[in-house]
Design a protein around this ligand. Structure first.
Ligand SMILES: Cc1cc2nc3c(=O)[nH]c(=O)nc-3n(C[C@H](O)[C@H](O)[C@H](O)COP(=O)(O)OP(=O)(O)OC[C@H]3O[C@@H](n4cnc5c(N)ncnc54)[C@H](O)[C@@H]3O)c2cc1C
Length: 292
């Protein structure tokens, strides 16, 4: 591995990606790299750039589908200790990109910090949630972000703060390759009240989403003013199956993966859903998940 001389400890070759994603599908990455510090991340990124190796940043893999052939390039995962750190700051918390959203919500409950409860039940890392402006009916993560630390592919680190930040439906104006962490503005509140809210949102999610089955959340974005799930339901696709992949009976915008599913099954099912929805409602559904 001459390419990564001096970095052998954090690089593995031909590394299976399926266990790193919520759908649990797909082939290996040519390189899987877990830097332990920002400096090491910069070194890795520069090394990949110099050698023209495409790079992908993986969070918790809750919104990505990996091709059966795997990923030709370097998948960089910010999962080591440094990237999981969360620290108190005036008026809130700062979380590094690899910190887990669910654990952060629970920490806020314990410490009586309110603001993040709207993210209850949304799996992901802070980096992935910021990149996607994760959220839904109860609010989006962008609403409570004060600043985001980012790094370019060349290794330049800088901070983006409000009012320079803009968040929209599942997107933002943060274009830098790496999100290193974010600062959240949180209010003080009674932990019991926050917990009550978290429980209410959790019960709502449990009642409306097929938890307990491998999935990647919503497959398609909601077209403006419409619900992708309702359009898929109207096209009569609940339960529709290709191989081990099937449309959830509980929430039509979720595709579930049985044990023996291939990524190609999911992709074929996605195409069938798109075609049927277009035929029924003349709406072309855009993917919310990313296919690598
Ligand atoms: C059961 C279930 C329920 C879900 N419900 C919701 C929901 O209600 N609302 C919602 O918005 N989403 C939902 N999702 C989707 C998912 O939780 C979000 O998209 C989440 O933000 C993904 O975070 P992640 O860390 O897993 O990102 P990944 O899936 O690993 O990556 C997603 C994108 O973020 C990028 N990325 C990740 N980390 C970084 C980083 N450090 N720097 C730069 N880019 C990065 C990746 O390159 C990729 O482009 C759900 C998923 C599941 C499985």
């Amino acid at each position: 591995m001459k390419l990564f001389t001096g970095l052998e400890e954090i690089v593995s070759s031909n590394h299976s990606l399926a266990p790193h994603t919520w759908l649990g599908l797909g082939g290996p990455a040519t390189y899987f790299i877990e830097p332990t510090s920002v400096e090491q991340l910069a070194q890795v990124s520069r090394r990949c750039r110099e050698n023209e190796i495409p790079t992908y940043v993986l969070g918790s893999g809750a919104n990505v589908l990996i091709d059966d052939a795997g990923v030709k390039g370097a998948v960089i995962h910010l999962g080591r200790e440094y990237f999981k750190q969360v620290t108190p700051v005036a008026g809130g918390l700062r979380a590094n990109a690899g910190a887990d959203m669910g654990q952060l919500v629970l920490r806020c409950v314990r410490q009586g910090l309110s603001g993040l409860e709207s993210l209850t039940g949304i799996p992901g890392s802070i980096g992935g949630c910021v990149r996607m402006n994760a959220g839904g009916a109860f609010g989006d993560i962008g609403n409570i972000i004060q600043s985001v630390d980012v790094m370019s592919e060349g290794g330049e680190v800088f901070t983006r703060s409000r009012p320079d930040l803009a968040f929209a439906y599942r997107s933002s104006n943060i274009n830098a390759k790496f999100i290193l962490g974010a600062t959240f503005g949180l209010g003080e509140d009674d932990p019991h009240r926050i917990l009550k809210q978290v429980k209410q949102i959790w019960i709502y999610k449990k009642n409306t989403q097929p938890l307990g089955h491998r999935n990647a959340g919503c497959i398609f974005k909601n077209p403006r003013g419409l619900s992708a799930g309702a359009l898929i339901d109207r096209a009569g696709l609940k339960g529709k199956r290709v191989g081990g992949a099937h449309v959830s009976q509980k929430h039509a915008n979720f595709i579930l993966a049985d044990e023996d599913t291939k990524t190609s099954d999911v992709l074929k099912l996605i195409n069938k859903v798109r075609e049927a929805v277009y035929k029924k409602s003349q709406v072309y559904l855009e993917l919310e998940i990313e296919v690598w």
